[in-house]
Design a protein around this ligand. Structure first.
Ligand SMILES: [Zn+2]
Ligand SMILES: [Zn+2]
Length: 237
């Protein structure tokens, strides 16, 4: 399925997606719960595709919907219950789809090249998957956009799926929280870097900028080389 085809279909279901995200947010106690839920979905989706239990088109549609729902739910969690998801939040969440479609292309290439095969399942244990996810963070990966390399195993597909369904939730949650803080009257923000060895140069620069007018610093997970793995914290006052 082409990206534009999906976007056209999604446009007709926008109201439905927003309602689903609002309901999901209401049933979730925290961002961590959402991450667990999406991790479970990533696991299911990759296993079903690997086993040939769903078609590639079904995999694309379901994954794209879940990526959208994950982002919208995280925004809603950050903004607080009772809040309404805006058109702007929806449009921004849709902005991820071009990267997701590059990932779909990578999976297709891996299938064409015989790196992975339907029915030939090589899934690793949960801890190996975790290592796989962490292992992707080399210096080169830090500079790469998602969707640059071709997965060599099904557990590689599974690990990469997390980068669309699970890890971005943090960024969306922070975006929601920023909106809420603005509504509550905060006028300044700062981005505090998590000073571990995974923290990138960009994040240290934002950290050094200190307090700035609210809305003038990018939320964690955007405009930094850590991308979806950024775990900078936002403070408001
Ligand atoms: Zn960073
Ligand atoms: Zn960061």
């Amino acid at each position: 399925m082409e990206l534009l085809t999906w976007i056209g279909q999604a446009a007709k279901r926008k109201r439905d997606y927003i309602e689903r995200a609002e309901d999901l947010a209401d049933s979730m106690a925290s961002l961590e719960k959402l991450e667990d839920e999406m991790s479970g979905r990533a696991n299911q989706l990759s296993r079903k595709l690997a086993a040939g239990k769903i078609t590639f088109a079904e995999f694309q549609r379901t994954t794209a919907e879940d990526v959208l729902i994950s982002a919208l739910t995280a925004v809603r969690l950050g903004r607080g219950k009772q809040s309404k998801l805006s058109d702007a939040a929806y449009a921004e969440a849709m902005g991820q789809m071009q990267y997701l479609w590059k990932f779909f292309e990578d999976i297709r290439k891996a299938l064409d090249q015989g790196k992975i095969e339907y029915g030939k399942v090589d899934f690793a244990t949960a801890s190996e998957i975790e290592e796989d996810i962490l292992g992707l963070i080399s210096e080169d990966d830090m500079n790469a956009e998602p969707g640059k390399s071709i997965p060599a195993t099904w557990s590689g597909v599974r690990a990469r799926l997390d980068r669309y369904l699970v890890t971005p939730a943090y960024r969306w949650y922070n975006a929601g929280e920023m909106t809420r803080s603005q509504e509550l009257g905060a006028s300044e923000m700062r981005r505090v870097a998590k000073r571990d060895k995974r923290c990138c140069r960009d994040c240290l620069d934002y950290d050094a900028a200190g307090w700035q007018p609210i809305g003038s610093l990018p939320v964690p997970g955007t405009r930094c080389r850590c991308l979806d793995r950024c775990r900078c914290r936002l403070d408001f006052r």
